[in-house]
Design a protein around this ligand. Sequence first.
Ligand code: GUN
Ligand code: FE
Length: 450
Amino acid sequence: MMKANKIIKLFKGTVIHSLEIGKVEILPNSLIGIDEEGVIQHMKSNYEDLKQLEKDVSSICINNGIDEKESVIDMGNKFLIPGFIDTHAHAPQYHNAGTGTDLPLLKWLEKYTFPVESKFKDLVFAENVYSKVVDRMLRHGTTTCCYYATIHLEASELLADIVSKRGQRAFIGKVCMDRHSPDHYIESTEQSINNTREFVDRILSKGNELVQPIVTPRFAPSCTNELMEALGKLSQEKQTLIQSHLSENKDEIEWVKSLYPGIESYTHVYKHFNLLNERTIMAHCVHLSEEEIKLISTQQTAISHCPISNFTLSSGNLDVRKVLEANIKLGLGSDISGGYHPSILQVIRDSIKCSNSHYFNNDNHTPLTFEEAFYLATVGGSKVVNLDHRIGNFMIGKDFDAQIIDPFVSNSPFDCFDGETLKDIFQKFIYLGDDRNLSSLYIKGNKIKF
Ligand code: GUN
Ligand code: FE
């Protein structure tokens, strides 16, 4: 049984969230109460009698010994939605976001990505970029993010410290790569294993439950068998999540085939090294065979869908319907800077376009709706990081990770008109909104300062 703690803050107004895929609940006249740990202790909605709502506010305040003027946030015509969950982002690559969009994956890595990542051995350089990317993600309403750092132990720890200080919830990975990488950006097998263990221990010892280490083999081509095996064992021992890339680009897939002629598929390579399990997040997964989809499903591995990146690097389009029908955990990822935009709203839009593009050639493909894409950005993401008992929506007992959205802010990028429903306004925000509409952001009940 969950301990019911004292309520210290109440949010009054419209709440919008998803409990199941495709269904968005739009709940006017709602009341959410959170305790001092940022856990939701009260959630009641659709009060028809507004006097009853006010009575409940007063009695909750009296029963919990809090002052109504100080502790109740009346959202007026703003609305509350869950924080967005970015299940795949490269923090150092934020430096390049919006540039280097002219090459496919493998050439793009060589020409733009490895050179910028190698600069993160310089902690002054790292601090500047990492402070900016974390701030930018927060301003776009991303309350939880799965970050790749670089191969550098100290700079990866610095990213974790910056994230901690800003109060974001995150999984942070020191990237591992001990082969097929440029001389200026490679580590020995021993270094990679030892530094990953040290990184995991350091992050765990900081004791911030919001910031967790994640074991991060960059992708199969950049890790030796010995490294892959050690990372599989380390993740098992420490029970960390694992993140990597899978089946993003056709040249990459051919490369993996040539490296592992004896293994059935790219997906089986990760399975072979105990890196494909219920704690794994695989980004992209665009060109999977039916067999590989089945394997991912039986392994209870999650997929991070990164449509902006897949369009920009001309990688291909994930068939989200196939993934959802196979009962695979699915979330959205910005993939900064394969993807050029840090906002999950933009990823939502591209996930819908990506699905529509499947429909061009396949009448049987039912395009993703905006309600489904919103679910993927919130509840879907929470399942990807195995935190659906803690985040993703506003069920009692979950942590309060929330955005207060103001559709009527003076510089709003969209306009609303008389007669529009709350659903119309919410849909306009999903398609046209941006960081100007983010009025405030909470992570585990803490208000994030901008
Ligand atoms: N595959 C291996 N490394 C990367 C990376 O940094 N970005 C993307 N999009 N794919 C990768
Ligand atoms: Fe990536």
